[in-house]
Design a protein. Sequence first.
Length: 327
Amino acid sequence: MAIYLKCCNKEYQITKRKCELCNKTLIKFVVKVQDPATRKWKTKTISNLKLAKETEIKFKTDLMEGNLFISKKIVGIDFEKYLEHAKFHKKNWKSDLSMWNCHIKNNDYHSKSGIVKILSDMKQNGSADGTIHQVLKLIRYLYNWSIENEYFYDKNPCDSIKAPKYDNRVTDYLKIDEVVKLVNDVKQLENFRAANIILFALYTGRRKSEITNLEWKNVHFDNRTITCKETKNGKTLSFPLNDKAYNILMESYKQKISNLVFPSSTGHNYYSGFNSVWLRLKKRINLNYRFHDLRHTYASHLASSGKVDIYTLKNLLGHQDIALTMR
């Protein structure tokens, strides 16, 4: 039995101050005890040393009384309880919610066979290998989180399921004629809010989350820039606007209904519902691209124009590594 500090999936002695991998101050305490009969481990993550020591004492007492490794079973996982945690600890919790509602919620995720069927059905329905990979990753994480926090007492059914291999380095982009067709088709959409999201992505190269989370307080009309608070690398970054992107913001401002620049018709975040609009548009105009390819399109055409150097393009895209921009 022992108490450790934990960070980046690595455990340290409690005398350690900082994580060797991320250099952050260690604040998570893990209490561990092993059943001498079955050699199984019981662990609990604690937020401070005092509670960790109290938990260690309780573990010792329960172990001596034979109550520590009583077999328990909970069928399923509590996504709502996980979501409460994710909202405070995961920047991409909205993506998790979207995947849960679209692919997992109404299906059998309680067993290995059920999870395999979820992935198989996604494949048959035309979901990309990358999306299937992310759905399996989420289910696996949900079970691991539930086990770690003692909401689920069994093996993770995802342990022996292999995700499809895929290359996430693929950078498809629309050719000039495809861009023209897309713009014309998007302008015919009755849902002008969704149309503005698509056009703004094409004209700025911003990620979907950066667009759907953009607030009016971070739009600066005077110097034609926007400030994105939730970029992928975790930094707050500002980006210039070209004429077309600026005009979209001016048009959206006339239809302002909330603090969000691109909300749904109810004024709330358009994250989940927008996916359906994009899929319907793709099917209607036979467009075989992902929404993220609009970002690649912006980058590729700007790079080939010869108007900016690679370092300027790196800053416009918000990349940390120049190698990603060069690719």
